[in-house]
Design a protein around this ligand. Structure first.
Ligand SMILES: O=C(O)CCC(=O)C(=O)O
Ligand SMILES: [Fe+2]
Length: 226
C-alpha cells in the first residue's frame, strides 16, 4: 500500500532544510549503490557523516515519531537515519528494488527494510520530471509531492525516479523495519485502525469501538515480531 503523509514537515521547515542541504558537498550516488544499482543510479547523495544531513535527519525522525499516520501505517520497530539525495541535469535512479538488510550506524544493528519512505524537500513545481514511480499490485503509481510531504510504500516494490530535466529535486529517503513484516497484514491493521478511529470519533464510549480495539491489539500481538 502507498500512503501519502501530508506536511510531515511544514513548508517553512522544508524550505529551511533544503537551504541548508543545498550548501553541502554532494557526492556521486553510485558510491553507495550495489552491483545492480550502479548501472541505473546517477543521482547525488550526502555522506552519512555530513553534520547538516544528520541534523535534518534527526528532525525528520522526531517528526515521524509524532506522526500518527506514519506510526499506524509503518508500525515502526527500527527506523534507519534518513539519507539525502539530489537530482538535477537529467540525473535519475532507474528501476530497482531496495536492499533487504541495512546496518544501523553506530550500533551495527541489522535492520530489515519493510517500508520505504521518501520525504520531498523541493516543491513539485521547482523541477521537471523526478516522479517516484512505484509498481504495486494495481500498476504503476507516479508520485510527486510538495515540499514537506512524504510517501510511504512497501520496500518490496520495484521503483524508480524519472530523470530531472530542469531544476533540482532534493529529498530524504530511509527504511523502516516494521513490527509486522507482511505488507498484507500491515494493510489490514492500518484499515482496522482507521475504522476504529472513525467509530470512536462518532462515539468515544462505543462498545463496538472497544471490541474492535481489542481485536486490533490481539491481531498485532499475533503478527508482530520485536
Ligand atoms: O529519491 C527517491 O525518492 C527514492 C530513492 C531511492 O529509491 C533509493 O535511494 O533507493
Ligand atoms: Fe530505492
Amino acid at each position: 500500500m502507498l500512503l501519502q503523509i501530508p506536511a510531515l514537515l511544514s513548508v517553512t521547515e522544508a524550505a529551511r532544510c533544503r537551504a541548508l542541504l543545498e550548501q553541502q558537498e554532494w557526492q556521486d550516488g553510485r558510491l553507495t549503490a550495489g552491483h545492480i544499482a550502479q548501472h541505473v543510479k546517477t543521482n547525488q547523495q550526502l555522506p552519512r557523516d555530513n553534520v547538516a544531513a544528520q541534523q535534518v535527519g534527526q528532525l525528520i525522525l522526531e517528526k515521524l515519531a509524532q506522526n500518527p499516520l506514519f506510526m499506524s501505517v509503518a508500525l515502526p520497530l527500527k527506523v534507519l537515519p534518513p539519507l539525502f539525495n539530489r537530482y538535477a541535469g537529467g540525473t535519475t535512479y532507474g528501476d530497482h528494488i531496495d536492499n533487504a538488510i541495512f546496518t544501523m550506524p553506530h550500533t551495527g544493528d541489522k535492520v530489515r527494510s519493510d517500508v520505504s519512505t521518501t520525504v520531498f524537500l523541493s516543491d513539485a513545481d521547482a523541477y521537471e520530471g523526478g516522479e517516484l514511480v512505484i509498481s504495486d499490485t494495481y500498476g504503476e503509481q507516479r508520485v510527486k509531492l510538495n515540499a514537506g510531504d512524504a510517501i510511504v510504500y512497501p520496500a518490496t516494490s520495484l521503483h524508480r525516479v524519472e530523470p530531472v530535466t530542469a531544476g533540482t529535486r532534493i529529498g530524504a529517503f530511509f527504511w523502516t523495519q516494521s513490527l509486522v513484516a507482511s505488507n498484507e497484514q500491515r494493510q489490514i491493521l492500518y484499515d482496522l485502525d482507521v475504522a476504529i478511529q472513525q467509530v470512536l470519533q462518532a462515539d468515544a464510549k462505543s462498545e463496538a469501538g472497544r471490541r474492535l480495539s481489542g481485536v486490533y491489539h490481539n491481531l498485532l500481538r499475533q503478527w508482530s515480531h520485536t
